[in-house]
Design a binder for this molecule. Structure first.
Ligand code: F6P
Length: 552
């Protein structure tokens, strides 16, 4: 068990902050409010909307109108959900422990109805612990900034899918504009008081520089949740200088892996001509230093394990096992945002090959795929969805019957209490990312293994594989060997399963999200301790970079 708990990290961070505020900034918000259509129509749904002759039933219309207006006024028809994705699920427990302010895009269709006059709402909605400050984006901004530059240029670039990158000047302008907007909102939240600002991810690469211009002495750090590409690929970006300059507004920049840090440092050196110390992990550019460090993110292990142990989870598990579609001796599991980087197509190709090569398993094996809808307005995402669904149909018609299908596919977002039931029911889980910053599903699966009988199959190209050497590692491009690894996982002895899972659990319970956080804040404190108290020194007035940049 880790020495780092929610309480301990809260104390640690409060000490570090010394009465100043923590402001976390991300594109995605942790809690989304949406109108619940069902609730709006339920009380009147039994009335016929029109008579037999086709005329409108005015009583019905009046009832609907008055119900809708009552619900709009009272906010009763609003539901909240957690956002999908590793970033928010990892950082929400952190903010609950530290009670700061989280600034994020208000993307839910009922988000405006739930904020106060200053666009703030207290969250979690059922047990408020911190403030969520929502930022509003216009439709063209969402298209240009979010679907455009962030997810059609930076995302594929950082995940090494050059053929999918789309570099449009209009998208770039929106990206700049939205980053300015975020910086302005954060500056307002700082209220000219000292604060530590923690920016998240690739949607906000320019925000640190824009903030630095407004508040030069602010303590700013950034965590980049996806890979950073090697220079040979990064250089294709038309705004390669601007993005690097944006990020060099930070005091500390974190990546999951040392490899991504090295890639970034090379880019800063080659693109900007910055002075870089690869060994120490520091860039000096225009009189400022930015430290670049690896911090592999994790999960709130105890929270997931606690959830998995709940009695209602065990009850639901027993119910599910009797359901026809899951009544198979062997159950595999995949949980992913429906994204081309997750390698879902190659996973299914390997499953098909497995059933073909080892026919004894036909009829005895079922793979449960939970595909979470994501970025559905982007063509590449629609295409991969079509491809995945065609493959599911193909495999099910090739190896299944009307009542028994080898692939059980759900296209929806599941909240943790339901997700954890699937984590527990599975004999193995498969992460087959083609390239992935970390992948927290792998870690959640491990934390939820109450009986320690599940096997984790993990792609070598997911950051998580560096820590999880007791998983079965795969190269998702090698379909034949993945099919064999499936067999190995299924046939693994109970002793070996328990042994591997125990080691994985020991590692993740020790290296939990709070330890990750402690390491980041300790590093920031060290940097601040080293930094001269006066305003940023010019290059000339500093000691030579080699001497100044030694690791302690
Ligand atoms: O971890 C990468 C990431 O893009 C996060 O920034 C994001 O919150 C998550 O995946 C989900 O993606 P999106 O916010 O585009 O739904």
């Amino acid at each position: 068990m880790s020495q780092w708990t929610a309480t301990r990290i809260a104390d640690h961070i409060h000490f570090f902050l010394r009465g100043t505020r923590l402001i976390l900034v991300s594109n995605r918000e942790p809690y989304i409010h949406r109108w619940d259509r069902q609730a709006l129509l339920e009380p009147v749904s039994k009335e016929p909307a029109a008579s037999d002759t086709g005329r409108w039933n005015f009583d019905w219309v009046l009832q609907v109108a008055s119900r809708v207006s009552q619900l709009l006024r009272s906010g009763e028809g609003i539901r909240w959900t957690h956002a999908a994705g590793g970033l928010t699920s990892a950082l929400d427990p952190v903010m609950q422990a530290c009670h700061g302010t989280w600034v994020a895009w208000g993307s839910g269709n009922a988000d405006r109805e739930t904020v106060d006059a200053k666009d703030r709402v207290q969250v979690p909605p059922n047990n408020p612990q911190y403030t969520l400050r929502r930022v509003w984006l216009s439709e063209p901004q969402v298209r240009g900034f979010y679907y455009g530059f962030a997810n059609s240029a930076l995302w594929p670039l950082c995940h090494l899918h050059l053929e999918r990158t789309l570099f449009k000047p209009l998208h770039w302008r929106h990206y700049q504009e939205v980053n300015e907007h975020f910086a302005e909102t954060v500056a307002q939240e700082c209220q000219d008081q000292p604060a530590t600002v923690w920016v998240q991810d690739y949607q906000l690469a320019l925000c640190p520089q824009y903030l630095r211009r407004r508040l030069p002495d602010l303590s700013i750090m950034h965590f980049w949740h996806i890979p950073w590409p090697p220079w040979e690929l990064y250089r294709v970006c038309p705004w390669r200088r601007e993005l690097l300059e944006g990020l060099l507004g930070n005091d500390l920049l974190g990546f999951h892996l040392e490899q991504y840090c090295q890639n970034f440092l090379h880019c800063a050196e080659r693109v900007l001509g910055a002075s870089v110390d690869l060994k120490a992990g520091v860039v000096e550019y225009e009189g400022r230093e930015t430290w670049v460090r690896p911090f592999p993110i994790s999960i709130d292990y105890d929270w997931w394990a606690g959830l998995a142990h709940q009695r209602r989870v065990t009850r639901r598990l027993t119910q599910l096992r009797t359901k026809a579609e899951l009544a198979f001796p062997i159950i595999g599991l995949g949980v992913d945002r429906l994204d081309y980087t997750k390698g879902i197509v190659s996973r299914f190709q390997a499953i098909e090959r497995f059933l073909e090569k080892y026919p004894d398993y036909q009829g005895r094996f079922c793979f449960m795929q939970i595909a979470v809808p994501s970025r559905t307005q982007i063509d590449d995402y629609r295409q991969v969805k079509e491809q995945v669904e065609m493959l599911v149909e193909h495999i099910n018609s090739r190896f299944g019957t009307d009542t028994c299908k080898p692939i059980h596919y759900r296209y929806e977002h599941l909240e943790p209490p339901e997700l954890v039931v699937y984590y527990r029911i599975a004999d193995f889980a498969m992460v087959s990312s083609l390239h992935d910053g970390m992948n927290l599903v792998a870690k959640e699966f491990v934390a939820s293994q109450v009986e320690r009988k599940g096997v984790l199959i993990c792609s070598e190209f997911a950051g998580a594989s560096e820590e999880l050497d007791n998983a079965l590692l795969i190269n998702p491009y090698d379909v034949e060997s993945v099919a064999d690894t499936l067999k190995q996982a299924i046939e693994m002895s109970p002793e070996e399963r328990t042994q591997r899972m125990t080691r994985l659990q020991e590692h993740i319970s020790e290296h939990n999200i709070f330890k990750w956080l402690a390491e980041i804040f300790t590093e920031l404190e060290r940097i601040q301790g080293e930094r001269p108290v006066a305003a940023p020194a010019s290059l000339e007035s500093r000691p030579s970079s080699a001497a100044a940049l030694q690791r302690p």
